[in-house]
Ligand binder design. Structure first.
Ligand SMILES: NC(=O)C1=CN([C@@H]2O[C@H](COP(=O)(O)OP(=O)(O)OC[C@H]3O[C@@H](n4cnc5c(N)ncnc54)[C@H](OP(=O)(O)O)[C@@H]3O)[C@@H](O)[C@H]2O)C=CC1
Ligand SMILES: O=C(O)[C@@H]1CCC=N1
Length: 273
């Protein structure tokens, strides 16, 4: 069966669940009626319902009507949801995709049955505009199901297949990474405002500059230092500013932040057990 024909239940229609649903529809491979979103407070899904998505508070009912179940609740909400849906799971039909941070495939199958196929995916919020970097791990799933999940996420951005043991690292680098790069754009905006631009103009200028920097790397497939070397004129203002940032720990702060996020991601589910 091709992915277009599959019915999807997204359990946890919050930030990621709704962004993923919108991205899937924007890809043209799904229509809103194919996708059911669940959450306890349906008031927040009214706009999705108006767009034609199915919405319900009943996770078991959503599972019963779907082929692909996407877990998009918080780590601390997972056990409760899995226990509720366990009786409705048909391992021959259902494919589970978990985007829940810090939860291993083994954690899920231990709760719902070893025969259930589970693939982990770690997208980021750019999935809403089909620009996600999604890391996928599911070496125990069938090739057909892995291809299916890859197809879903390739329609909403770039994908890379990784070993599951690297999933928390992927979370820090790519999912949390959106916030890290956004904060650096905000900082650039603050600098731009201090040197003369209105904040809104500075933000637009900084965001397009950041997009240009990332695009250079992706287009030329080059190393950042190659591109930096082209900007830093001898005795110039770029190297003066860059070195000042490094004296204040710019690279070090990013590296330490990513390591801290990765450690935290690892503890989100297991620490509370
Ligand atoms: N935000 C991000 O950038 C990324 C997040 N992730 C992971 O994705 C998952 C979701 O994150 P995010 O969307 O940001 O979190 P949100 O808190 O925005 O979404 C979680 C949703 O789950 C719903 N929920 C809670 N309990 C239940 C339940 N029993 N049944 C159905 N729905 C329920 C909540 O709604 P209500 O309270 O109304 O029930 C809420 O809307 C997390 O595990 C996170 O770690 C992964 C990649 C990126
Ligand atoms: O902050 C979090 O825990 C989630 C996981 C990755 C992005 N947001």
């Amino acid at each position: 069966m091709s992915s277009e024909k599959k019915k999807v239940a997204i359990l946890g229609g919050g930030n990621m669940g709704t962004a993923l649903a919108k991205g899937m529809v924007a890809s043209g491979k799904y229509i809103p009626a194919d996708i059911t979103l669940t959450r306890r407070n349906l008031r927040y899904l009214e706009s999705m319902e108006k767009e034609g998505f199915q919405v319900t508070t009943d996770n078991a009912e959503a599972v019963a009507g779907a082929d692909i179940i996407i877990l998009s609740i918080l780590p601390q909400q997972l056990d409760n949801v899995l226990d509720t849906i366990a009786p409705s799971i048909d391992p021959a039909r259902h494919l589970f995709v978990s985007i829940v941070t810090g939860v291993m495939v083994e954690d899920i199958v231990q709760r719902v049955g070893q025969e259930v196929q589970v693939i982990r995916a770690m997208p980021n919020t750019a999935i809403a505009i089909r620009e996600s970097m999604t890391c996928i791990a599911g070496s125990k799933a069938s090739e057909e199901n892995r291809a299916l999940v890859q197809e879903i996420f390739e329609a909403v951005g770039e994908t890379v297949e990784i070993e599951e043991e690297l999933m928390t690292s992927a979370t820090a680098l790519c999912a949390c990474g959106i916030a890290f790069f956004l904060r650096s754009i905000r900082a650039a905006t603050q600098g731009g405002t201090e040197i003369g631009f209105h904040a809104a103009d500075a933000l637009r200028m900084a965001a397009q500059t950041a997009k240009g920097a990332a695009s250079l790397l992706l287009y030329f497939q080059s190393h950042p230092e190659n591109e930096i070397d082209k900007v830093t004129s001898p005795k110039g203002c770029t190297i003066a500013g860059l070195n000042e940032m490094e004296h204040h720990g710019f690279s070090s702060a990013m590296i330490k932040g990513i390591k801290t996020s990765s450690l935290k991601a690892e503890q989100l589910y297991h620490k509370e057990k």
